[in-house]
Design a binder for this molecule. Sequence first.
Ligand code: SF4
Length: 468
Amino acid sequence: MRLPDHKEERIRTNEEVEQIYLDQNYSNEVYSGKKYFIKTYGCQMNVHDSEEISYRLETLGFEKVEELEDADLVILNTCAIRENAHDKLYGFLGRCKHLKDTKKDLIICICGCMAQEERVVNEILTKYPYVDIVFGTHNIHELQDMLLNRVKGTDIEVYSYEGKVYENINYKRDSKVKAWVNIQYGCDKFCTYCIVPYTRGKQRSRKSSEILKEVECLKENGYKEVTLLGQNVNAYGKDIEGELSFAELLESVAKTGIDRVRFVTSHPWDFTSEMVDIIAKYANVMPYIHLPLQSGSSNILKLMGRKYTKEEYLKLYKEIREKVKGSSITTDIIVGFPGETEEDFNDTLDVVNECKFDSAFTFIFSPREGTPAEKMEDNVSLKEKEDRLHRLNDVINKYSLIHNEECVGKTFKVLLEGVSEKDDTKAFGYTDHMKLVNVKGGLDYIGEIVDVTITDAKSFSLDGEIKK
Ligand code: SF4
């Protein structure tokens, strides 16, 4: 990656980098009482990274605000998965520029996956010179140092290499009842449409002993739920000789006795029968699985580099449904991948009709720069893509509503997380099988797992009340 001239002054030894990483307890007056605003785009990995960033900022004396206009520092934690992410970022940067025109000392900082892209860094340098700091996904730990040692112009620190996995990272967690636990970074799968292996690097697993320590600590501090987090979470451990498999790790986490264990995101190719058995065996491993399909056509799956066929996906799906009682399964689907014919799309509809997913994230294919799919002929017209998305969503929504309607009159355990955004007389939370419920009478039980009887169903949420 091209870097500005002052980069030369900042080259550090490995020992120095390690010290910066571990030295999280900065004591500092410069930013005491200053306000930061953080905007997070994209996946749970970014959400969790923002929790680390928040912790680091607060060691410098910053306080979090919810309104951009109140900020002295703006952090934009970006996502590179979708093409429109660039438009969203640059649109928001316009608002930041406007604010900076009136607030000269405002510090604007860009990080996350887009900061790993050379094109983006060059665009920032040339078109958005009012951005003060850019750092990448591999060096969040340098943020405090960059703020304390500001250099003139746009300060860019982006590593194109991953570095080692550090432990004992602190987070300012968004929730007091549920926590993300990162178990693995990066991804080795190289699905042909995906930018993640380029922005997040190759797979690096954390040591299971450290993960278990973190879970125990969260449990002691009153957390009721942990979600094991990784870009390809069930490939955990494959990069470390002698490390636990994901199924073994999941069992060890379940045995800590924490109330609820979840995990995202799994790849069907790495999903073993042993994993299915562990989910079925432990009551505190939640019966909710996000199992990205991407396409129901074996031809398209091959072009996507997904390493499984339609038949293999269906076999796994059936095994999960048979063994894990009361499970819910959600998925991701891309329509309009290069070469996708109407017949291929019908294969996707077949799988959706057979699996009757609880819900799905559906997307129109758009090429990401630097991926193999970018070089494939994008030969499905936008009109066809939109039409397929529309038809797919109709089917998905039909099954979502059916699944939700089946919940009415039944009672589920719900972890109440906070006040409902839609109705502040209600609390919201999730069932074991990850259905969002707005709960009447729940405000007094926030932070607890309670029995909730479902009274009404919509496509994307349920209404319920505390069981008397
Ligand atoms: S498994 Fe495929 S889609 Fe998921 S992060 Fe890795 S490369 Fe991307």
